[in-house]
Structures are given as structure tokens and as C-alpha cells.
Design a protein around this ligand. Structure first.
Ligand SMILES: Cc1cc2nc3c(=O)[nH]c(=O)nc-3n(C[C@H](O)[C@H](O)[C@H](O)COP(=O)(O)OP(=O)(O)OC[C@H]3O[C@@H](n4cnc5c(N)ncnc54)[C@H](O)[C@@H]3O)c2cc1C
Length: 490
């Protein structure tokens, strides 16, 4: 390391952190240290690498943080990966971008450089689309290899939903990431390599060649407790073992729950809330006050015989309802065990358009788990979900579902007037798309710099001002790519 190198610390080697580390270390005048609290990607087991085993990771086979999120009707678990690659190592592999209007909304809110025409090239540059190759909307040379599940890779349950929807006359979408084709019924693009193994951002971006760079240090099992700030300027971070790691700039990429929690523990957050914990308030900002997520009911089913296929938990989806692209739903097996004699799975319906806000707050003590409250369901949520229930009811009655012996875990009538509200009371789940806890516009500027603190940025799902109408992980890749570029240009 040259003596003039600027020392950059990245907190979290997850979805966004791995991208940041790879991109920032391309600049020889930067020295990049990545601090990840979990283990490295050479510890990945079958639950990470084999898409069909992904749901095993959710029950704790892989290093995962399980928090509790309070909803209007109870409490539900909330998961995040705790290993290199982060949640991209344990998610459902679905690789969607959201809609142009989502990003145009960011730009319209005054966040220059975040409109669709600004970000689409970054999405294209990040991918190597093994189905479409290079097209006006796809790339063939990015670090993340992408393709769609093939018919024979689908589980029987998901295949039955796909067939039932096409039989019902729903439009077939060959590319869910082509907004001009929506709404309709399609197959998930997923991030896997040529052998069908999961491609996490750590595997995709932090290749052996990148890791060999002299100006990149990766420290795993390094749990950051807080950011050290003096006179309004970042000095580095402090690990939970008390070690001080010095840095000229710090980028928090610890995810939508940990990044705001770390900020608050460091004195950046809602002043009244922090003072309750005796924290010296360095910047009074609405950190953790505007959390978004996609929520909806997950209805349990089972069918006779094995699950079938080798695809991940989310394989097919219907996007759209009465009002443009709104509801997103698909079948996914809860306990994928391709060799078992009977298969449990779930039909999930999530509201993609979501304006309510939840929160992340410090817990009982400063170091305790944070308190997480889900956003309320939108007022028109029940009406919107009825369209999803109509389609799930149509699938229940379809030849494909009957031939498979699909039965709900409990008898129900999905078309009853109170079916949606009853399902929401007992079966609400999270799509695990927590975002917007340190948003650009109120906590960060458009370059993702924390307002009022020099040398501190956030770059992960937290920074999204509003949640896109799509799965969130690819958005994090895009954000990390763009923040890295801004930092290198600074
Ligand atoms: C079960 C599940 C399924 C999902 N399915 C999909 C899907 O199919 N498609 C999709 O697009 N999205 C999906 N998501 C959501 C998506 O994966 C996330 O939105 C995205 O990966 C978040 O990326 P991130 O960079 O914000 O955080 P993460 O990827 O979670 O990275 C945060 C990193 O920071 C580390 N860290 C945290 N605290 C500290 C600390 N104090 N010190 C050091 N390191 C720390 C963590 O270990 C982790 O590696 C799913 C999420 C879950 C949980």
C-alpha cells in the first residue's frame, strides 16, 4: 500500500459490500478493507450452492440472522444472510430490476442520476445473460451470470401454476425484466452459474484475481459495533471486540436492518430516540423511520409425491393485477426435499406497490436486537389481493393442480368475501425485501453520503428512497456499482 492511499472501510461483505469491494479496489490509489461479520464464501454448503436446497438455509443451516418483525396482526420472522455474499447467498435467487417508473420516481423526488435512463446501463453491465446475450436491455459480460429456469428444472407445484395461468389465458412473458411485456405470467430469471450453482455477489465479483489485489483486504468474522466519528468526520470503525480499525472513509453495506442500527449506535439517528439511550447525537436524522417491505399472505398447500425439479424456491410468477403491475405472486415449496414422498409448498401473493412505512429502532439496550415494525398494509391492499386470490383459486381448480393432488393445508374458500382479510390475519409473511431505512433524500444525499458527517456513506438496500416493484437484490447490486463509481470519481 502506498503511503498516499485513501483507506476505505466497507462494513458488510454482503450483496452490496462484495460489489463495492471489487469495484473500489480497481482504483490503485484506494486501499479497501472489507469487514464482514460472517464466514467467507469457501464455507458455502449445499444449502447455499444448490438452488433446490435454499429453503434449508432459511431454517438455519447457513449463517443467517433471524429477527422478529411486528406486523399489524402479529409477529413474523425476518431473515438476512450473515456470510460473504450476504443475503444474496440465502435468497430465492430471483433476479429482477423493478420497473422504470420506480427509478423515475426517485429522480422526480430530486435524486439526480437515479432515473431509469441513468440506472438501466448499470443493470445491463452487471449481468451476463446466458439466455438472451447482449441485447438493448441485457448484457453478456457482467460478473453475475443469469438465466431463467427451464421447464424440466421446475418443481411440480410451480409448473402446475404456470400451466394453469397460461391455460386461463394470462399473457406469457418470456422476459420478466422487459417492462414492455408486463403484466403477465413468466419464469424467474435467476443468478446461477453454468453448472446451476448459485452465483452470489461474492462469487461473482470477488474472484480469485480480485482478491489477489494488493490494495484489497478482506476480514471475515469481523463484527462492527459502531462507526468512530470525531468533530463531524469519520475516523474508522470499532469492532465488538474493541479493536479500532482506522479509515478515511466508511461505507456501511450491512443491510437494511444493520446499517441503520449501526448509524444509531454511532450517534446518527432520531435525536430523541438516541438520547433515551444516552447516545451523544452527532446528526439528528430520520434513520430507521421509513422502512418498506413487500408483504402478503402465504397460503400453505401440499401434494402427493416428491417436489420435482432442481430449481430454487421461486421459479414462476404472475406479475400484475387490475391496476398495472401491482401484485406479484408465485408458488414456492416451503421445504424443498426433492426425494420426499409428499411435498409442502406455499402460494404467496405480495403487494408490490407499497407506500406504508415501518421502522427500525434500537432495542431494549443499545446492544440488544433492534425493534422492527413492518409497514402497514395499504388501504386498498385487500381489494388488490382479491385479484391474486382469484388466480390462485383458478389454479386450485385446474387440471394441472388436480392431477398433482394439490390440497390446502386447511380447507378454505379463496373467493369468500372475507378470504383475504382472514388470510392476512394468520398468514402474512414478508418477501424479505426490507429497504429504505437510510434513504437518499432524508438521511443521505444523492451520492449516498450521510448528511452532516464527513466521510460516511451507506450503500445497500437501506438507501432506496422507495421500494421498487420487484425483488430487491439486483437493485442493491446496481446501487453498489453506482456508489463505487461516484467514490472513485470523487
Ligand atoms: C430468505 C430471503 C429470500 C429473498 N429472496 C430474494 C430473491 O429471490 N430475489 C431478490 O431480489 N431478493 C430477495 N431477497 C432480498 C434480497 O436478497 C436483499 O434485499 C438483498 O440481498 C440485501 O442486500 P444488502 O446488500 O442490503 O444486504 P445483505 O446482502 O444482507 O448484506 C449485509 C452484510 O452485512 C453483514 N453485516 C451485518 N452487520 C454487520 C456488522 N455489524 N459488521 C460486519 N458485517 C455486518 C452481513 O453479514 C451481510 O453479509 C430475499 C431475502 C431473504 C432473506
Amino acid at each position: 500500500m502506498g503511503t498516499t492511499s485513501k483507506r476505505i472501510l466497507i462494513v458488510g461483505g454482503g450483496t452490496s459490500g462484495s460489489v463495492l469491494a471489487a469495484r473500489l479496489s480497481e482504483a490503485p490509489d484506494l486501499h479497501v478493507t472489507l469487514l464482514e461479520c460472517g464466514p467467507d464464501d469457501d464455507t458455502y454448503g449445499a444449502d447455499v450452492l444448490e438452488p433446490s436446497q435454499a429453503a434449508n438455509a432459511w431454517s438455519g443451516d447457513a449463517p443467517i440472522a433471524v429477527n422478529v418483525m411486528a406486523t399489524e396482526t402479529g409477529a413474523i420472522p425476518m431473515l438476512q444472510g450473515r456470510l460473504m455474499g450476504g443475503t444474496s447467498a440465502v435468497n430465492g435467487l430471483a433476479t429482477l430490476r423493478g420497473l422504470p417508473a420506480d427509478y423515475d420516481g426517485w429522480a422526480a423526488a430530486g435524486l439526480e442520476g437515479w432515473g431509469w435512463s441513468d440506472v438501466v446501463d448499470t443493470f445491463i453491465a452487471a449481468e451476463n445473460d446466458m439466455d438472451f446475450g447482449r441485447t438493448p436491455i441485457h448484457g453478456d459480460s457482467g460478473p453475475m451470470s443469469v438465466r431463467r429456469w427451464r421447464d424440466e428444472e421446475m418443481s411440480h407445484a410451480q409448473r402446475s401454476f404456470y400451466e394453469a395461468m397460461l391455460e386461463r389465458g394470462e399473457p406469457k412473458v418470456t422476459d420478466i425484466n422487459d417492462p414492455t411485456q408486463l403484466p403477465g405470467m413468466g419464469v424467474f430469471p435467476v443468478t446461477i452459474d453454468r453448472t446451476g450453482k448459485r452465483m452470489t455477489t461474492s462469487r461473482g465479483y470477488l474472484t480469485a484475481e480480485v482478491r489477489a489485489r494488493d490494495n484489497l483486504t478482506i476480514r471475515v468474522n469481523a463484527d462492527v459495533a459502531k462507526v468512530a466519528v470525531e468533530d463531524g468526520r469519520v475516523q474508522g470503525v470499532v469492532l465488538i471486540n474493541g479493536e479500532h480499525v482506522p479509515g478515511d472513509e466508511v461505507v456501511l453495506a450491512a443491510g437494511a436492518i444493520s446499517s441503520p442500527t449501526l448509524l444509531m449506535r454511532s450517534g446518527v439517528g432520531p435525536g430523541d430516540h438516541l438520547r433515551d439511550y444516552g447516545v451523544n447525537v452527532l446528526a439528528d436524522l430520520p434513520v430507521g423511520s421509513t422502512m418498506s417491505d413487500h408483504l402478503g399472505p402465504g397460503i400453505p398447500y401440499h401434494h402427493d409425491g416428491p417436489r420435482g425439479g432442481v430449481g430454487g424456491p421461486a421459479q414462476v410468477l404472475f406479475v400484475g393485477a387490475s391496476n398495472g403491475v401491482d401484485v406479484d405472486y408465485h408458488a414456492f415449496p416451503v421445504a424443498p426435499a426433492p426425494t420426499e414422498e409428499s411435498t409442502e409448498f406455499m402460494m404467496a401473493a405480495f403487494l408490490l406497490r407499497s407506500s406504508g412505512r415501518g421502522s427500525v429502532r434500537l432495542g431494549e439496550t443499545l446492544d440488544a436486537e433492534p425493534i422492527i415494525t413492518a409497514p402497514p398494509l395499504p388501504e386498498d391492499g385487500i381489494d388488490r389481493l382479491r385479484h391474486a386470490f382469484e388466480r390462485i383459486a383458478a389454479w386450485e381448480r385446474s387440471d394441472a393442480a388436480r392431477a398433482l393432488g394439490c390440497e390446502p393445508a386447511e380447507p378454505h374458500d379463496l373467493l369468500a368475501p372475507d378470504a383475504v382479510s382472514k388470510a392476512l390475519e394468520r398468514l402474512t409473511i414478508s418477501y424479505y425485501h426490507m429497504t429504505s431505512t437510510c434513504p437518499m433524500g432524508s438521511v443521505l444525499d444523492a451520492d449516498c453520503r450521510v448528511l452532516g458527517i464527513e466521510g460516511l456513506r451507506v450503500a445497500d438496500a437501506s438507501v432506496m428512497p422507495t421500494i421498487p416493484r420487484g425483488n430487491t437484490y439486483l437493485g442493491c447490486v446496481m446501487i453498489a456499482e453506482r456508489v463505487a463509481r461516484k467514490m472513485m470519481a470523487a
